[in-house]
Design a protein around this ligand. Structure first.
Ligand code: V47
Ligand code: SF4
Length: 398
């Protein structure tokens, strides 16, 4: 890595703006950025400036290490009683005939299909329905754990938890403790959308509020458990809404330290009630990822979820603060392109994923959910398992 005075010289060549020079000095000296700094970055910073700084932070934290995992997705239902305007997934109103609602037995059949595969995680995500109550989910988690104890259960979001705890009349603390006892290992980052009520009420009205989302993660972290966080950006929110969201996450992380990864999710406009809204440009995407890396100084990881952002943009983002690109994918049957993500075939086997990371000059590392190293691919030669396919699908619910 270049030394700090060299980087300061480079910054001075890239920008003549005094605000941006001061912000760069803060980053290079390891000082926290304020919300005002974040706004200036959103308003004024260009990608080369942001790339330089975000890559500095990324390199300090992880060097060239770039993580991925092998997981698969279990979707209990694609029907949902909520009607988020950005959702292309729920079959409540449109295409009801394409809806499915699996029983516990059917879900266990899906789990068993992966018995002989080297997956480390099942990511459970879907819609919200009354029959999927607290007992249903505790039974499901326990059944999975009884069947395959080493499979990490990363499941549901505060959207479901808020709904089922309210119906069962238990507090968030009690409810999350029950989930842990049943076998839940971690919580994915979904359902966050944009916390600010000005936007949330417009796009995700009816489901848990931003405060409630944060409160459920807080209780989960208090149990010593880990979770992820997301932000759905690029629709009707403005920079201040984004900063409010990022700042809320940073505050909770200061309090609990329980978040592992932040995953920006670019709004995709196909097949939903917000199709009239233009998608953000790649430049805006790059800027958002880099600013997230700079602002969220207490988050270890920034993930680009490649099935949504596209594999080429994901590859490029490795130079803009991203150190994780989620998983390998095999299950091509369902919902990947529903919201218009650019992947034609959203399958990338381990060989392709490793190549993608190496081509960006980075070092691929297969991890488990908690970022323990499963395998380093830096010097790995792919003779034996070139044809191996990994597993993931694209969860766009919650
Ligand atoms: O909460 C829904 C988003 C999220 C659209 O934690 C959309 O490891 C873009 O959270 N355009 C669910 N995004 C997915 C999610 C996730 C994915 C991968 C990994 C992890 C993790 C979490 O998908 C929803 C919502 O914000 N989403 N519709 C759309 N049209
Ligand atoms: Fe339901 Fe989630 Fe879709 Fe909203 S985003 S309608 S909560 S499945």
């Amino acid at each position: 890595m270049k030394d700090i005075s060299t980087l300061k010289t480079l910054v001075n060549q890239i920008t003549k703006d005094e605000d941006l020079k001061l912000i760069a000095a803060k980053v290079l000296e390891g000082n926290r950025l304020s919300e005002e700094d974040a706004l200036l970055l959103f308003e004024k910073a260009n990608p080369s400036y942001l790339g330089l700084l975000a890559n500095f932070v990324r390199t300090q934290k992880h060097g060239k290490k770039t993580y991925f995992n092998r997981n698969f997705h279990l979707e209990p239902t694609n029907v949902c009683l909520y009607t988020c305007t950005f959702c292309s997934y729920s079959r409540l109103i449109k295409k009801r005939e394409e809806g499915w609602e699996y029983s516990l037995e059917e879900m266990m059949e899906i789990i068993k299909k992966y018995d002989d595969q080297p997956v480390t995680e099942v990511h459970i995500v879907g819609g919200v329905l009354p029959q999927y109550n607290l007992k249903f989910y505790t039974d499901l988690f326990t059944s999975i754990k009884n069947h395959r104890p080493d499979l990490h259960v990363k499941a549901l979001t505060p959207v479901e938890y808020h709904y089922i705890f309210k119906k069962a009349k238990v507090s968030y603390a009690e409810g999350m403790a029950k989930m842990k006892a049943a076998g839940l290992d971690s919580m994915p980052g979904g359902g966050a959308e944009i916390f600010h009520p000005e936007i949330r009420d417009e796009i995700a009205g009816g489901k848990c509020s931003g405060e409630e989302w944060l409160a459920i993660h807080r209780e989960w972290h208090k149990l010593g458990m880990r979770s992820n966080a997301t932000m759905l950006y690029g629709h009707i929110e403005n920079y201040n809404h984004r900063i409010h969201h990022l700042s809320s996450l940073r505050k909770l992380q200061d309090e609990t330290g329980g978040f592992q990864t932040f995953i920006p999710l670019k709004f995709r406009n196909k097949g939903n009630q917000m199709s009239h809204i233009e998608e953000s440009t790649t430049i805006e995407d790059i800027r958002l990822y880099a600013i997230s890396r700079l602002f969220l100084d207490n988050f270890e990881h920034i993930k680009a979820y490649w099935p949504m952002i596209g594999r080429q943009v994901a590859q490029m983002l490795l130079a803009f603060g991203v150190d994780d690109i989620d998983g390998t994918i095999d299950d091509t049957t369902k919902i990947y392109t529903m919201a218009g993500s650019e992947e034609q075939t959203p399958a990338m086997n381990t060989y392709e994923l490793v190549q993608l990371i190496k081509q960006a000059g980075m070092e691929p590392i297969e991890r488990d959910t908690l970022y323990n190293v499963v395998k380093e691919y830096k010097d790995h030669v792919f003779e034996e398992d070139k044809s191996f396919k990994g597993y993931v699908s694209l969860p766009v619910a919650n």
